[in-house]
Ligand binder design. Structure first.
Ligand code: SF4
Length: 415
């Protein structure tokens, strides 16, 4: 552990179920079911903790759960393990090293919303982790943490794994639902929201891997104590996927609001690689606009990054720069981001389907110096206006926003 790390989730890494139990694993589940804590009390505790979703949108978790109707025979919980945002690899680490923590979190969360079945929606590219998770589920079943009348209570629960087919858009929760129902992974128009009409029409909560892994910790230390970690609007820790031109890439766990982006790069990433010059930082996966080097002395939390015009998104920090005098190579990074959006646009909405291709063409022309940066920005601005509020999900708009932002902030570098 590095000095600037604060460990909650990483402390629970375990090779097998015995090691997890030795580390206090499943005590939170025992507390909830053994003490017969009512489901609404569990939701209340999560609300008190201030936990916000770690998948990208940062929506308050307890509030999301409270939208699930109390009545009705069937509800579902889905763990979104479709971690496809380029630069993001922290959920993979949890799936590999802390599957028991995730399973415990899923059981408690399912109890809170009274779901008897939950699913892990695993991205196709993580199929190689399937056996690890499957083994952890089986071990949990054998000990009696999953199955009928868990720990002598009246609560029954099963966890199943669903493997996706390799589309980035299925990380969007309604596209994920379509995919699980055997349909093409197109995002749904909302409302209705999944809390009312989710998987096969039943009320469904969809939470990210890291979000669910925080639940046993909240129950263990209490919502109030959890809310004191971090800062008021960004509580707890976050797993950061650090990549790019830093010396030490990896997944680090930081206390939100207590470490700056620059400190993450310097202390955790051990600084910029030899012979490289820093040009900027993408603070939350490639859908997040970049920050200039003089904008990174801000603490890493939801609000501080939004105030700088970007977002912490999936917690992926991509540090970018150049070697020698090849500053213009920045275009390669931007082009690869736009190519990603263009290829992953599901095609449902015309402004996104056509707009992402048009943005890609503009970059090609800027690269060949056939289009001026200012002209490119103007065209993208028009395309952006055609996408805003007219698409079923934010993908196309994200493509326009980050391209405009890069072109404006780095016009000198890219001309
Ligand atoms: S905005 Fe793009 S990715 Fe999203 S639903 Fe429409 S076409 Fe598909």
């Amino acid at each position: 552990m590095k000095k600037s790390e604060t460990l909650l989730i990483k402390k629970k890494y375990a090779e097998n179920i015995d090691e997890y139990i030795q580390k206090g694993g499943f005590l939170s589940l025992k507390k909830v079911l053994g003490d017969r804590i009512p489901p609404e009390k569990v939701i209340e505790e999560v609300k008190k903790s201030g936990l916000r979703g770690r998948g990208g949108a940062g929506f308050p978790t307890g509030l999301k759960w409270s939208f699930i109707p109390k009545d009705g025979e069937k509800k579902f919980l889905i763990c979104n393990a479709d971690e496809g945002e380029p630069g993001t690899f922290k959920d993979r680490e949890i799936l590999l090293y802390a599957p028991y923590l995730l399973i415990e979190g899923m059981i408690i969360s399912s109890y809170a919303i009274q779901a008897e079945v939950s699913y892990i929606y695993l991205r196709k590219e993580y199929k190689w982790i399937y056996d690890r998770i499957y083994k952890a589920i089986k071990e949990s079943e054998e000990i009696g943490f999953l199955g009928k009348n868990i720990l002598g209570s009246s609560f029954n629960h099963r966890i199943k794994i669903f493997v996706g087919a390799g589309a980035y858009i299925c990380g969007e929760e309604t596209a994920l639902l379509e995919s699980m129902e055997g349909k093409k992974g197109f995002p749904r128009l909302k409302p209705p929201y999944p809390a009312n009409c989710g998987l096969f029409g039943y009320p469904t909560v969809i939470n990210n891997v890291e979000t669910l892994s925080n639940i046993p910790i909240i129950i263990e230390i209490g919502g109030d104590n959890y809310s004191k970690i971090g800062v008021p609007k960004s509580t707890g820790t976050r797993l950061i996927s650090l990549s790019g031109i830093v010396k030490k890439k990896g997944v680090y766990e930081i206390e939100q609001g207590k470490i700056t982006v620059r400190e993450i790069i310097e202390d955790l990433g051990e600084g910029i690689k030899e012979n490289y010059h820093l040009l900027g930082v993408i603070p939350g996966g490639i859908s997040a606009p970049p920050l200039l080097p003089d904008e990174i002395d801000i603490t890493y939390d939801f609000e501080s990054i939004i105030e700088k015009g970007s977002m912490s998104g999936s917690g992926a920090i991509i540090v970018f720069g150049y070697k020698e005098d090849k500053k213009r190579e920045l275009l390669k990074l931007l082009k690869s981001a736009v190519k990603f959006f263009k290829e992953e646009s599901c095609g449902k909405c015309t402004p996104c389907r056509e707009g992402t291709w048009a943005i890609n063409d503009i970059l090609e022309k800027i690269e060949k110096r056939e289009t001026q940066i200012g002209e490119g920005i103007e065209i993208i601005d028009v395309l952006h206006k055609r996408m805003k509020g007219l698409c079923a999900c934010p993908l196309g708009e994200s493509c326009a926003i980050i391209t405009e932002s890069f072109l404006k902030k780095y016009s000198d570098v890219l001309k």
